[in-house]
Write a protein that binds this ligand. Sequence first.
Ligand SMILES: Cc1cc2nc3c(=O)[nH]c(=O)nc-3n(C[C@H](O)[C@H](O)[C@H](O)COP(=O)(O)OP(=O)(O)OC[C@H]3O[C@@H](n4cnc5c(N)ncnc54)[C@H](O)[C@@H]3O)c2cc1C
Length: 480
Amino acid sequence: MPERELRIAIVGAGPSGIYSAEALVKAAEEREQPMAIDLIDAVPSPFGLVRYGVAPDHYSIRSVRDALDRILHDHRIRFFGNVEVGEDTKAIAAADSVAPQQISLATLRSMYDAVILSYGAATDRNLGISGEDSQGSISATQFVAWYTGHPDTPADAWVDLLAHCASVAVVGVGNVAVDVARILGKSAEELQQTDMPEHVLTALSNSAIRDIYIIGRRGPAEATWTTKELRELGELAEADISVRGVDTELGPTSQLVVDTSKVAARNVGVVKEWVTRPAGKKSKCIHLRFFARPVAIEVANGHATALIIESTQLTPKGGVVGTGEIERIAVDAVIRSVGYRGTALSDVPFDHDRGVVPHDEGRVLHGTGPVRGLYVAGWIKRGPTGIIGTNKKDAVNTVSSLLYDLDQGVLSNTEPSRDDLADVLEDGFVDHAGWRRINDAEIALGSSRGRDRTTIHDRGESLAASHVAEGTGRTSPASQ
Ligand SMILES: Cc1cc2nc3c(=O)[nH]c(=O)nc-3n(C[C@H](O)[C@H](O)[C@H](O)COP(=O)(O)OP(=O)(O)OC[C@H]3O[C@@H](n4cnc5c(N)ncnc54)[C@H](O)[C@@H]3O)c2cc1C
């Protein structure tokens, strides 16, 4: 164990990055090991998908932010927001530029004893059907980023589309698909209570949407959504729910799933109850369509006009085969919600098939051997699965490997340069005090409109809110 301070950089300040920092702080206390932990994120605010993924109307889950924020208060942890790990670029070229400053992994590794990669999985999977690139064909990743106010999503992304979109298909039967359908089905009043940016609230409140189709290749027993989230679809103020009785008739494959899974049994129970509901008269309707796989998006003048689906059957092993029966659902937009996917970072080994960084108990692997001092945690380690809390256990696993390597003397092979990241970046980042000022500005903005909080979407506005240093709109620890 080195007597000198152990220096760790963490790339990505989502749950897995913050839980990794928490596990390191705990170890520093227990071992009386001096430690400095720098958490780096490409956006000005911490919390990753808890801010830019978790549905804005799921208040208790979003409040996990408060618990994560408490961890950041530890004196050993510094936050560096608006700093992207990619290529080395010297400080921001133009004083008014708001782009994140970049730093390469090689530079980071030369400055720290160890680097933990926890940069998440921010792209989407494709359906692999024709018409997928047309206007009106949207990935759930992009749509969720827009309604939560991610700074990289244009404010006007789907404003025109929503204003003219009467019918939309959401492809996928997981919790993200449910989130998207529910947000589209909610009334202006229901959305007003959320922290969505103002332009999102206006666009959704003025949307022309009447019909929302949720499309699943398998049946209600095989859907991966959770029962609580599913039930919410049937409780919306302005949207009815519609299910075809035939979709709830279980074949032997589905019956086996229901017999062995309580969640599946509950989900099927909820859906069956909806079949018996009398037809409603609300202004919108959510249609659940099971045993249907998308085979094409019909396009006219570059714009999606219909989703073509084929009926399916399950094989005894749970596979899906098409029956050849084709149906056309007229839609103005298709939202593809078939999974998030990680992307490669320069100079980091990557498993392109699985969209994850290969590892052994959190140690990044190059071939079969570990890369000294490089670790991975969270979605980019294990793929986009589990709940927020899963990342805590996962981060503890990675940090345990790091500490084991420390004890074995593996990390002390090379002395890091000990350059301070704050000096290397000059003034091009948002620190924890700067993030607290963004937080205060969002609460003040919300309260000026009768809301608890309004997310600031624009990167420049966030930087201005974090502002301390004159003229730069950025903050640094020295300016606290
Ligand atoms: C739409 C949606 C809804 C969800 N809802 C729920 C829910 O209701 N309940 C629940 O328990 N879980 C939910 N989850 C899952 C939960 O959000 C994830 O388990 C968790 O956020 C994964 O944590 P992570 O830290 O691995 O990744 P992320 O949260 O994605 O954090 C990664 C961070 O890395 C940063 N980053 C990326 N690239 C770079 C780079 N090159 N340089 C610097 N920083 C970088 C990103 O800006 C981001 O802040 C939801 C997920 C999604 C997508």
